[in-house]
Write a protein that binds this ligand. Sequence first.
Ligand code: TGC
Ligand code: FAD
Length: 387
Amino acid sequence: MAKLNPFDLYDVASLLTEEELMIKESVARFVDERAMPLIAEHFDQATFPAELVPEIAEMGLLGSSLEGYGCAGLNGVSYGLICQELERCDSGLRSFVSVQSSLCMYPIYAYGSEEQKQRWLPGMAAGEIIGCFGLTESHGGSDPANMKTHARRDGDDWVINGSKMWITNGNLADIAVVWARTEEGIMGFVLEKGMQGFEARAIKSKMSLRASVTSELYFDNVRVPEANRLPNVTGLKGPLGCLTQARYGITWGPIGAAIACLEEAIAYTSDRVLFGRPLAANQAIQIRLADMARRITSAQLLSLQLGRLKDAGKMQPTQVSIAKWNNVRMALDIARDCRDILGGSGITTEYQAIRHMLNLESVITYEGTETVHQLVVGRELTGINAF
Ligand code: TGC
Ligand code: FAD
């Protein structure tokens, strides 16, 4: 019998097309050769590896699912595989691509005018214009319908006041897709760096996603031309539609983080000799490793089927919620367990487990907390809204 791949026990690779496999392998190579050697230092120093952005763009990883405007036009499964490989390195790297692609390029593509698409998307695909997405506010991210940031029409302009919290890429960004309350409902605006009254302040002292920029955004009478308002959506379905795209990618990302942790734990327990035998020779250790492989295998199949549904135009938000909940919980539990298996060595960033573990504490909170996704599924089952 052929030896199984410990990180793909069900041969999910055989369910991928040639093109999907090629994309996975080329991103994996980039991650191993270019990103992995830099990441621990960036995490330690709390800096984003901006030097990788030109190569990420060159590979077509920004807005990869969009058609035209310099974008690669890949399918949903390929986007998922990109997220998985990037997060095998670090959630921060995947976050950068998720926000740029699903939360900033996607709303311009889906809700913007042709002129707005021509103006921003090619530069964003090339990594020359960086974007961020401002939905969350400090008084309660789970309930964005309660946003206070508002926009008032004034002649040909809008005047925006308010603030946003926990914004990935905030201080890196050239443009921000900002959601604000108006008299006609929630609308999306593209704010540009340098607009008077618009300020980004980096959030310091993070113990999670240290290799990612997270910021607060402030709007003090920011005057935004009508030409910067996304004309083709009104209401919460605008931002929630973007979240569905990003959450889909996030179902894949943590699989990469979990694989990185399991790979490290297998190598460590095979080498480390305690009580006269390799740590890996103990039943208690093997059961833990086997359980990790079982959960990774389930997550791989869940995301692949979700991707196939997406590519068939049949994916529903509740299905995304099940996979986001399952796969992030799976990866967080695995990272924590691997951290423990590494003993004292597991507390330094010389090994990967604690970095992934800390990152995944953000991933389980952002893009809908675990509880939010459980309640979405509960609502589907019972028909009762428990929010
Ligand atoms: P409800 O008021 O019922 O619905 C409003 C409208 O939206 C539609 N809708 C959706 N559309 C697309 N995708 C979805 N997932 C949608 N969910 C709802 C809905 O049909 C309705 O449309 P219409 O035409 O009738 O007006 O809203 P709800 O009760 O479904 O929402 C409640 C809840 C709690 C699920 C929602 O508020 C929620 O998801 N809260 C969590 C907020 C969140 O996830 N924030 C994330 C901020 S961004 C972020 O974290 C980026 S991290 C980036 C990174 O680094 O990767
Ligand atoms: P809260 O909503 O206050 O939730 C606190 C706790 O209460 C959670 O455990 C939650 O599950 C629980 N809870 C909430 N409602 C209920 C309920 N009805 N029943 C039971 N329990 C409940 N946002 C953006 O807009 N753009 C970004 O780019 C972005 N990037 C982020 C990057 C990082 C690193 C982080 C940490 C967050 C980011 N976010 C971003 C914000 C993120 O989406 C929010 O943190 C998240 O939605 C949760 O909101 P909150 O932090 O206000 O927690």
